[in-house]
Design a protein around this ligand. Structure first.
Ligand SMILES: [Zn+2]
Length: 447
């Protein structure tokens, strides 16, 4: 039997307690006398959260292993406190069959640093024309429950309706990248507004997102099915989701850390690290997103971790790839912009970064209370530790990190996945090794 004792953690930021973990399950909470053979994690002063769950990451494998692999993405996830991540389907080949989904599941399990859950494509090849094998993916070993053409919008209303009808019997959900292709064309590369006008960059308006979300919540009402809005970026979308929830429509929504913190003003230097889809928006939108997350209109934080190789990202702004890294900094950003100003407490963070995304994604064994009988997926956070983000220190294979050089307060200290310590800042410091070396030594994974 493997035993782990977590000593003196403040559960969800409240009273301190010890946790005994035996063979991957929490078996005692309170005052625990450490058995002699137990590994002990001193968590004095740390906040214990259920392991973080990310509904939206791009791990790039198969097809773009020069940007990220399931191994490097899993290492970044563990360092960020995540015990489960949903890997988007826009790989090459696309995850649009049961076999492709099972392959990703198996690669994730082989790494063993975090649970890698495949997202299935809604349409074959993400082409928006024909439904993918949704039922076969759902019945496969990968048990796919989240379907998304992310990167592309399912813009055909008839296809979206069919997809919603199809996933309903098995409790699936369609996660929509809401972007009307007629309102936000191929050339659009930032928010349409004062800044895009000044910089001479082709922009896209918030309405390109909001109009699709409005349509989709009505389709969810019509079909009685479940829709999830990926990366909400505008105040108007928050309003639509708030209205839809008030009507009892089965809609959930996520927001990224970068949309909670960064604004379109950052584009004045034309630095492509800030080029992302959906684009960074003005302050009014950022404030509405924070308020929407605080009042429960937005259910979850999801990173949209989007690694890119240098040769795809380091271009003139209009030509650079969309996307930014997010796994390793997510908790720190949420701590900095939501917890410190009092918009969320740690119990709320557990909800928006663990239990709600686990529920939305259909993972019954993740996002559970830190209680006897729960699987031991646990994230330990130092609420006061300041981190200066260093892009070069990332465990991701890519370096498109918009937080580089910033100071954030609140940081993941250790991660326990299925009872095993998959990340521990202090043991890395104690032994004089870097996080990268520690992860290598622990897993033997080729990073
Ligand atoms: Zn997207």
């Amino acid at each position: 039997m493997t035993r782990l004792v977590i000593r003196g953690a403040r559960l969800l930021g409240a009273a301190a307690a010890d946790l005994l973990v035996e063979d991957g399950v929490i078996t005692e909470v309170g005052s625990v006398g450490a058995p002699r053979d137990a590994q002990v994690l001193d968590a004095d002063g740390l906040v214990a959260l259920p392991g973080l769950v990310d509904l939206h990451v791009h791990l790039r494998e198969p097809g773009r292993e020069d940007a990220e692999t399931i191994a490097t993405g899993s290492a970044a996830a563990a360092a960020g406190g995540f015990t489960a991540v949903f890997a988007m389907a826009n790989t090459s080949p696309v995850t649009d069959t049961a076999e492709a989904a099972e392959r990703i599941l198996d690669l994730g399990r082989a790494c063993g640093l975090t649970e890698v859950v495949p997202v299935g494509a809604v349409t074959k090849g993400l082409e928006g024309a024909e439904l993918a094998e949704l039922g076969l993916m759902a019945r496969s070993r990968a048990r796919v429950r989240v379907f998304s053409d992310d990167g592309h919008c399912v813009h055909d209303a008839r296809i979206m309706r069919r997809a919603l009808e199809y996933v309903k019997p098995f409790g699936g959900v369609v996660s929509q990248h809401a972007q009307d292709p007629r309102l936000a064309g191929r050339e659009a590369c930032c928010h349409e507004g004062e800044v895009s006008g000044r910089l001479g960059l082709p922009g896209w308006p918030g309405i390109a997102e909001e109009s699709v979300v409005a349509r989709d919540v009505m389709l969810a009402r019509h079909t009685g099915s479940r829709v999830h809005v990926a990366h909400v970026s505008t105040a108007g979308t928050v309003e639509v989701v708030r209205w839809a929830k008030a009507q009892g429509i089965d809609v959930t929504a996520e927001v990224t850390p970068h949309h909670l913190a960064l604004t379109t003003d950052l584009l004045v230097g034309y630095d492509p690290v800030f080029k992302v889809n959906p684009p960074l928006r003005p302050t009014e939108d950022v404030e509405a997103l924070r308020a929407g997350l605080a009042d429960g209109t937005i259910d979850a934080v999801a990173t949209d971790h989007a690694p890119h190789a240098r040769h795809d990202k380091e271009h003139a702004f209009v030509d650079a790839a969309f996307g930014m890294l997010g796994l390793e900094t997510a908790l720190s950003v949420v701590s900095d912009v939501m917890v410190r100003p009092g918009l969320l407490d740690w119990a709320d963070v557990a909800r928006v970064m663990s239990s709600a995304p686990a529920r939305i994604g259909g993972l019954a064994h993740q996002g559970r209370d830190l209680a006897v009988g729960s699987p031991a997926h646990i994230t330990l956070v130092d609420p006061d530790r300041e981190v200066i983000v260093d892009a070069a220190a990332s465990l991701s294979r890519s370096r498109n990190n918009p937080w580089h050089g910033r100071t954030l307060r609140g940081a993941v200290q250790a991660t326990v996945h299925a009872g095993r310590v998959t990340h521990d800042v202090r043991s890395a410091a104690d032994t004089g090794t870097t996080h990268r070396e520690l992860t290598n030594a622990t897993t033997g994974a080729d990073l």
